[in-house]
Design a protein around this ligand. Structure first.
Ligand SMILES: *[C@@H]1O[C@H](CO)[C@@H](O)[C@H](O)[C@H]1NC(C)=O
Ligand SMILES: *[C@@H]1O[C@H](CO)[C@@H](O)[C@H](O)[C@H]1NC(C)=O
Ligand SMILES: *[C@@H]1O[C@H](CO)[C@@H](O)[C@H](O)[C@H]1NC(C)=O
Ligand SMILES: *[C@@H]1O[C@H](CO)[C@@H](O)[C@H](O)[C@H]1NC(C)=O
Ligand SMILES: *[C@@H]1O[C@H](CO)[C@@H](O)[C@H](O)[C@H]1NC(C)=O
Ligand SMILES: *[C@@H]1O[C@H](CO)[C@@H](O)[C@H](O)[C@H]1NC(C)=O
Ligand SMILES: *[C@@H]1O[C@H](CO)[C@@H](O)[C@H](O)[C@H]1NC(C)=O
Ligand SMILES: *[C@@H]1O[C@H](CO)[C@@H](O)[C@H](O)[C@H]1NC(C)=O
Ligand SMILES: *[C@@H]1O[C@H](CO)[C@@H](O)[C@H](O)[C@H]1NC(C)=O
Ligand SMILES: *[C@@H]1O[C@H](CO)[C@@H](O)[C@H](O)[C@H]1NC(C)=O
Ligand SMILES: *[C@@H]1O[C@H](CO)[C@@H](O)[C@H](O)[C@H]1NC(C)=O
Ligand SMILES: *[C@@H]1O[C@H](CO)[C@@H](O)[C@H](O)[C@H]1NC(C)=O
Length: 684
C-alpha cells in the first residue's frame, strides 16, 4: 500500500521495549568517585597517575608541587585524602576546586560570591591516615581538583576519594535508574552526526538537575545574607571563607538552583528543572519538598511568596512569586497528584490574589519590584511578568476545575482576557513583530516574547510565527540573546524560547537552537562536558553580565536544563495534556531527525513513543499510554502526489483514514484509548 513497502521491518520485533540508553547516563554508578585523569603537574610529583580511578599505588609530592586532577565531568561531594608517609609534621596539603578549566589555581577555588575567590581547604597531617574535610566543606560542583603541596619536604597521597553527596535520598544502586529516556538518530541518508549531540544534551540536562538535588542541611554557602555584620564572603586578601551548612528545607532532599551555588531554593530554576526531572528521573518528592519550603515562607498577611527560600532575605518578585504557583500547578498537570495542590490551594489562591491586586486600570500588572532572573529594567507594564501572569491564570482555571472550586474560575478567565487584549494594545510592536518590554521603551526582550508565545498571549498562529522568526533572526554564533540582561545568553530564558518555537510549529528551530546554544555549553573546552552553565556572554566569553566576578558563575544550573523536557515533549512528541496523562497527545515533530524514541513515567504509568521517518516521508509510530487514559495523535501531513493514508491499531481498536491530495497542515485524530499502538502514515 505504501510507496516504500519494506518500511521499518526491523523495528517490529523491538516494539516498545523500555530501553534505558544507559551509555548516555552521566550519573556516577558509585558514591565513591576517583579522578579520571591527570590534567597538569607542577614541580616534582612521583606517581601522580596512581590516584586515577583505574590505577593503584601512591603519589609522592616533593617540595613545592601540585597536581590538578580531572574528573572528566562535573561532580560534587566531600573529599577524603589517604595520606601515607610524610617527611615531618610540617607538611601541608591543600585542596582547590574548579568547575571550569579557566579557574584552576593552586591558591584558591573558583568563587561562590560576587567578589574574590573561595579559600582553599588544607590539612597538616600528623601521620598516615584518612583525612576528610568537614561536611560543611562539601563542594557541590567541580570538575577539577588540585592537590597543592606548598611546604619543603615530602608527602605521600595514597588515595583521593570523593563521597558524592547529590541526590541524598536515592540509594547508590538506584542513582542511574532513570525512569525516562530519550534517543534520536540522524536523518536517513545524511551523516552529520549531530543527533548524538542532541542525545548527550538530553542526558546532561537530566544529570544537571540531579547534581542540583541536595541534602537540605548543606544549603547556601553564602551565610552573609543573614548575617551582614559578620560577612564571611568579604574577601580578605582576595579570598572568601565559604561553607555550606545552612538548613534550607525540612526534608531529606531539596532542589536548589545550582550545585556549587547558590545552593538555595529558587522558584525560577524549579520551573525549568521539574519538567526535566519528570521526563528523566521523576523525582517529584524533591520538587514538592522545595515548593513546601517556599509556601512555608508565604506572608500570610499579604499573600506574597518569597523570591527565594531561606536564608535569602524575604522580598517580592512579580515573576518568581508566580513561578512558585506554576511549579505547584505543574505537579498536578505533569504527575497527576492533586493532593499536593489541594493542600496548598488556599495559599495558592491567596498568592494569585496578590498578583491580581497589582493590576491597574489598563488590565496589566504594573511591576514595582526589580527582582527577577537578574535581568535589568524590570518595571511598569512589563511583558514578561504579564505573560507569566496570563499563564498562571490559565493554570488557576485548570486547578479550580480539578478541585471543583467554581468561586474563582470566571474571575481568572476575565483577568486573563483583559491581559491578552491590553498586551496587544499597549505592548505589541508591529514594526518589529515583537512585543516591547513596556510601553516606554523600544527594547524587545527575549523573556517576554518567548513567554507570550508559549503562554498563548498571542492572538493568532501568524503572530506566534512572526515572533518566532524575529527571535531566530537575532541568534548569534553562541545562541539566542537576552538583550534585557545586557550582552547575555540566558539558558533559563532559552527554555522559554525553545517552547515558543515549538508552539509556533518550528521543530527545526527547536533543534537548531538546542544544538547551537546547549551544544556550545556542552562541548566548549571551558565547560564541564556534562552539566549546563548558568549564563554567558553573547560573544562566547564566560562572563555573565549580572555578575562582576566571572569565577562565580555556576556550571551546573537547573534552569539551564530546558532541552531535556522540550526534546521529549516537543520533538519525540510524548505530551501530557491533563492530570499526569489522563489525557495525552502523541505529536512527534522530528524537525530533521530520522528517528526518536522517548518515554517517561508519571503516577499513572509509562508514556512512550518511537517514531521513524521512512525514505519516502512515511512515518511509523509505535506508542504506549496506560490503560484507562485517552489521547490524541497529531502528525504533519506529508506532501502526497495521491492519497494520504493513516492506519493504526491497538488490540482490537483500529482505524484507517484516507485523504485526498492537497490537504496541508497538521492532522489530528482524537479519542484514542491507552494501550500499545502501532501506526503507519504516508502516501498511498
Ligand atoms: C601550576 O602552574 C601554573 C603556571 O604557573 C599555574 O597557572 C597553575 O595555577 C599551577 N597549578 C596549581 C594547581 O598550582
Ligand atoms: C600554602 O597553602 C595554604 C593553604 O592554601 C596557605 O594558607 C598558605 O599561605 C600557603 N603557603 C605558601 C607559602 O604559599
Ligand atoms: C558520605 O557523606 C554523607 C553525607 O555527609 C555521609 O552521611 C556518609 O556517611 C558519607 N559516606 C562515606 C563513605 O564517607
Ligand atoms: C557551619 O560551618 C561553619 C564553619 O565551619 C561554622 O563556623 C558554623 O558554626 C557552622 N554552622 C552550623 C549551623 O553548623
Ligand atoms: C522547618 O520547620 C520549622 C518548624 O515548623 C520552621 O520553623 C522552619 O522555618 C522550617 N525550616 C525550613 C528551612 O523550612
Ligand atoms: C507581611 O507583609 C506585611 C506588609 O508588607 C508586613 O508588615 C509584615 O511584617 C509581613 N509579615 C511577615 C511575617 O513578614
Ligand atoms: C521599561 O523597559 C526598559 C527596557 O528594559 C527599562 O530600561 C525601563 O526601566 C522599563 N521601565 C520601567 C518603568 O521599569
Ligand atoms: C507604576 O506604579 C508606580 C508606583 O506607583 C508609578 O510611579 C508608575 O507611574 C506606574 N507605572 C505605570 C506604567 O502606570
Ligand atoms: C468534582 O466533582 C465531580 C463531579 O461532581 C466529581 O466526580 C469529582 O470527584 C470532584 N472532584 C473533587 C476533587 O472533588
Ligand atoms: C489561544 O488563545 C485563543 C484565544 O485567544 C484560543 O482560541 C486558542 O484555542 C488558544 N490556543 C491554545 C493552543 O490554547
Ligand atoms: C524555522 O527555523 C529555522 C531555523 O532552524 C528557520 O531557518 C526557518 O525560517 C524557520 N521557519 C519558519 C517557518 O519560521
Ligand atoms: C565528553 O563526554 C562524552 C561522553 O558524554 C565523551 O564521549 C567525549 O569524549 C567527551 N569529550 C571530551 C572533549 O572530553
Amino acid at each position: 500500500m505504501f510507496a516504500s513497502s519494506l518500511f521499518f521491518s526491523g523495528l517490529l520485533s523491538s516494539a516498545l521495549a523500555v530501553a534505558k540508553y544507559d551509555e548516555y547516563i552521566l550519573t556516577p554508578s558509585s558514591r565513591k568517585i576517583h579522578p579520571s585523569s591527570v590534567y597538569n603537574i607542577n614541580g616534582t610529583v612521583d606517581g601522580s597517575e596512581s590516584l586515577i580511578a583505574s590505577s593503584s599505588g601512591s603519589a609522592i609530592f616533593h617540595d613545592f608541587s601540585a597536581v590538578t586532577y580531572d574528573y572528566g565531568k562535573n561532580i560534587g561531594g566531600i573529599v577524603s585524602l589517604t595520606i601515607g608517609a610524610i617527611s615531618d609534621t610540617d607538611q601541608l596539603i591543600g585542596i582547590t576546586f574548579s568547575e571550569s578549566s579557566l579557574w584552576i589555581s593552586g591558591e584558591w577555588s573558583d568563587a561562590t560570591a560576587d567578589e574574590g575567590n573561595d579559600v582553599s581547604l588544607f590539612f597538616y597531617p600528623s601521620g598516615p591516615g584518612v583525612y576528610t574535610v568537614g561536611e560543611q566543606y562539601q563542594r557541590g560542583g567541580f570538575r577539577y581538583l588540585s592537590l597543592v603541596h606548598n611546604t619543603t619536604g615530602s608527602l605521600e597521597v595514597q588515595k583521593i576519594e570523593v563521597n558524592y553527596t547529590a541526590v541524598p535520598h536515592i540509594e547508590e544502586a538506584q542513582m542511574r535508574a532513570y525512569s525516562g529516556w530519550f534517543h534520536s538518530d540522524e536523518l536517513l541518508d545524511t551523516n552529520d552526526g549531530s543527533d548524538e549531540l542532541i542525545n548527550r544534551i538530553w542526558y546532561a540536562g537530566a544529570y544537571t538537575a540531579q547534581l542540583c538535588t541536595l541534602d537540605p542541611h548543606y544549603g547556601n554557602s553564602l551565610n552573609f545574607l543573614t548575617d551582614p555584620e559578620n560577612n564571611p564572603s568579604t574577601p580578605v586578601n582576595g579570598v572568601v571563607n565559604w561553607y555550606s551548612n545552612t538548613t534550607i528545607a525540612n526534608a531529606s532532599s531539596v532542589l536548589a538552583d545550582g550545585a556549587k551555588r547558590d545552593r538555595l531554593v529558587w522558584p525560577g530554576d524549579m520551573v525549568v528543572s521539574w519538567p526535566s526531572m519528570l521526563v528523566s528521573t521523576n523525582d517529584k518528592v524533591t520538587v514538592t519538598n522545595s515548593l513546601t519550603s517556599l509556601f512555608d515562607r508565604q506572608n500570610m498577611t499579604t499573600g506574597v511568596m518569597p523570591y527565594a527560600g531561606v536564608p535569602f532575605p524575604f522580598m517580592y518578585s512579580a515573576t518568581y512569586h508566580l513561578h512558585s504557583l506554576i511549579g505547584t500547578a505543574e505537579i498536578y498537570v505533569y504527575d497527576g497528584d492533586l493532593e499536593f495542590v489541594r493542600e496548598k490551594w488556599e495559599q495558592w489562591k491567596f498568592a494569585l490574589a496578590y498578583s491580581l491586586s497589582t493590576i491597574d486600570e489598563t488590565g496589566l500588572i504594573n511591576v514595582t519590584s526589580s527582582a527577577d532572573w537578574l535581568r535589568f529594567g524590570m518595571g511598569g507594564h512589563n511583558i514578561e511578568a504579564n505573560a507569566i501572569l496570563y499563564h498562571t491564570l490559565n493554570y488557576g482555571v485548570i486547578l479550580a476545575e480539578a478541585l471543583n472550586d467554581t468561586s474563582v474560575i470566571t474571575t481568572y478567565q476575565n483577568y486573563a482576557a483583559n491581559i491578552k487584549s491590553a498586551a496587544q494594545d499597549l505592548l505589541w510592536d508591529p514594526s518589529a513583530n515583537l512585543f516591547r518590554d513596556n510601553e516606554t521603551t523600544s527594547l524587545h526582550p527575549q523573556d517576554g516574547n518567548a513567554w507570550a508565545v508559549l503562554a498563548n498571549l498571542t492572538t493568532s498562529s501568524s503572530q506566534a510565527a512572526s515572533i518566532s522568526q524575529s527571535l531566530i533572526s537575532r541568534w548569534t554564533t553562541y545562541g539566542a540573546p537576552a538583550p534585557e540582561a545586557g550582552p547575555t545568553v540566558s539558558p533559563f530564558v532559552g527554555f522559554f524560547e525553545l517552547q515558543a518555537h515549538a508552539a509556533a510549529h518550528n521543530a527545526s528551530a527547536v533543534l537548531a537552537l538546542t544544538r547551537l546554544q546547549w551544544g556550545f555549553m556542552l562541548d566548549d573546552a571551558r565547560m564541564t562536558n556534562s552539566t549546563f552553565i548558568e549564563g554567558y556572554s553573547t560573544d562566547g566569553s564566560l562572563h555573565y553580565a549580572p555578575y562582576r566576578n566571572d569565577p562565580r558563575v555556576s556550571h551546573a544550573h537547573g534552569w539551564s536544563t530546558g532541552p531535556t523536557s522540550v526534546l521529549t515533549f516537543q520533538i519525540a512528541g510524548v505530551q501530557i495534556v491533563k492530570a499526569g496523562g489522563r489525557e495525552w497527545r502523541i505529536a512527534p515533530r522530528l524537525g530533521g531527525l530520522g528517528h526518536t524514541h522517548a518515554g517517561f513515567e508519571t503516577s499513572l504509568g509509562v508514556f512512550a513513543a518511537r517514531t521513524k521517518l521512512g525514505e519516502g516521508g512515511e512515518l511509523r509510530i509505535e506508542f504506549e499510554a496506560p490503560e484507562g487514559t485517552v489521547g490524541r495523535l497529531s502528525v504533519e501531513r506529508p506532501r502526497c502526489a495521491g492519497m494520504m493514508v493513516l492506519e493504526g491499531r491497538c488490540g482490537r481498536e483500529e482505524f484507517a483514514i484516507r485523504e485526498n491530495e492537497g490537504d496541508v497542515g497538521d492532522f489530528e485524530i482524537a479519542g484514542l484509548g491507552g494501550g500499545e499502538w502501532v501506526l503507519t502514515f504516508g502516501c498511498a
